[in-house]
Design a protein around this ligand. Structure first.
Ligand SMILES: Cc1cc2nc3c(=O)[nH]c(=O)nc-3n(C[C@H](O)[C@H](O)[C@H](O)COP(=O)(O)OP(=O)(O)OC[C@H]3O[C@@H](n4cnc5c(N)ncnc54)[C@H](O)[C@@H]3O)c2cc1C
Length: 273
C-alpha cells in the first residue's frame, strides 16, 4: 500500500477582529474582517470550516506562517497550533465564527472569550462536506454547542417545506440561541445541567427516542466523540441508513486537546466512520 501524499496546506487569510458578542453564557461570536473572502462566499457547504492558526505572541512570527519551514527552526513546543471552527456566516469582507467558551483550558476558547477589536485571526481557506439536500424526504440534526454554528447555518438553508428534527445539547435553558428553522423541523433543546460537557448521555438518550420519518432522510450529527460513536450506532444499526445519507463525526474529544484528538483520528482505532 502506498502512502497518501500529504495534502498541500490551504492558503492562509489574515483577518482582524471587528467585534464580539456573547450569544449565551457558553458561546461567543467573533466577527473579523479580511481583504479577499471570495473563497468563503463561494463555499457551497453549510458546515464550512477553517483551521485557525495560533502562534505564540512572544515569538513575533508574522503570518502567513510557513509551517514546514518553522518545523526546521522552532522547538516543537513553539510551533504554531491550529484549531478547527465553523464559518457561521460570511458577508462582504466579514467572517463570523461562534466559539464555545469552555473554561480556562485550551487555546481557542480562551482566545475568543478575551478577543478585542484589532486582534489578529489567521484562518485557512474553507473546507466543508455537507449541505442540506433539497431532495431529501426528511432532515435530522444532532450536536452539542460545538456543532450549533453548523446546525444553525444548515437549518437556515433548508427549504420552507422541509421536515425533520434537530436535537441540541447545551448546559441549560440560558444557553439556547435563536434559530431559524422551517416549521416542519422540530427543534428540541437537551440540557446536561451541571455535568461537564462530553460526559453525559443526555443527547444520545434524547435521540434514541426519535423515529425516522418515511422516505429517504439526511443526517448531520457532530459533537463530542463518544456521543457521536453512540449516535453512529443508532443511525446505521437502528435506523438502517446508508453512509451517503449521513454526515457524522467527532468535533472534539473529552479530556483531549484538538492536537491529540486529530492525531488519534489518523489511526484506525480513532475513526468513527
Ligand atoms: C469541522 C469542525 C468544526 C468545528 N466548529 C466549531 C465551532 O464552530 N465552534 C466551536 O466552539 N467548536 C467547533 N469545533 C470544535 C473545536 O475545534 C474544538 O472544541 C477544539 O478542541 C477547541 O479548541 P480549544 O483550543 O478551545 O481547546 P483544546 O486545547 O483543543 O482542548 C482543551 C480542553 O478543552 C476541552 N474541550 C474542547 N472543546 C470543548 C468543548 N466544545 N466543550 C467542552 N470542552 C471542550 C478538551 O476536551 C480539552 O480537555 C469544530 C471542530 C471541527 C472538527
Amino acid at each position: 500500500m502506498t502512502d497518501r501524499p500529504a495534502r498541500p496546506p490551504r492558503p492562509q487569510h489574515v483577518l482582524h477582529v471587528v467585534g464580539t458578542e456573547r450569544l449565551s453564557p457558553h458561546l461567543v461570536r467573533v466577527r473579523a474582517r479580511g481583504t479577499d473572502l471570495s473563497a468563503f462566499r463561494e463555499s457551497p457547504h453549510t458546515d464550512a470550516y477553517v483551521k485557525i492558526t495560533f502562534a505564540k505572541p512572544e515569538l513575533g512570527l508574522e503570518p502567513p506562517y510557513d509551517l514546514a519551514a518553522l518545523r526546521e527552526t522552532l522547538a516543537p513546543g513553539d510551533l504554531p497550533v491550529t484549531r478547527t471552527y465553523t464559518v457561521r456566516a460570511v458577508s462582504g469582507d466579514e467572517l463570523t465564527i461562534d466559539f464555545v467558551v469552555h473554561g480556562d483550558e485550551g487555546l481557542a476558547g480562551p482566545w475568543a472569550a478575551a478577543a478585542q477589536p484589532g486582534d489578529r485571526l489567521v484562518v485557512s481557506s474553507p473546507g466543508g462536506g455537507y449541505a442540506p439536500d433539497p431532495a431529501a424526504d426528511w432532515h435530522f440534526f444532532a450536536g452539542d454547542e460545538s456543532a450549533l454554528p453548523a446546525i444553525a447555518a444548515s437549518l437556515e438553508a433548508l427549504t420552507p417545506d422541509a421536515v425533520g428534527a434537530a436535537f441540541l445539547e447545551v448546559q441549560s435553558a440560558g444557553d439556547q440561541v435563536p434559530l431559524s428553522a422551517p416549521p416542519g423541523v422540530v427543534v428540541t433543546w437537551v440540557y446536561r445541567g451541571e455535568a461537564p460537557a462530553g460526559a453525559t448521555p443526555v443527547l444520545v438518550e434524547a435521540v434514541a427516542g426519535w423515529h425516522p420519518l418515511d422516505g429517504r432522510g439526511q443526517v448531520f450529527a457532530h459533537g463530542e466523540r463518544e456521543a457521536m460513536k453512540a449516535l453512529r450506532d443508532i443511525v446505521f444499526t437502528r435506523w438502517g441508513l446508508e453512509r451517503a445519507q449521513v454526515s457524522l463525526s467527532g468535533y472534539w474529544a473529552y479530556g483531549r486537546t484538538e492536537d491529540r484528538f486529530q492525531a488519534e483520528k489518523r489511526e484506525p482505532i480513532g475513526k468513527i466512520l
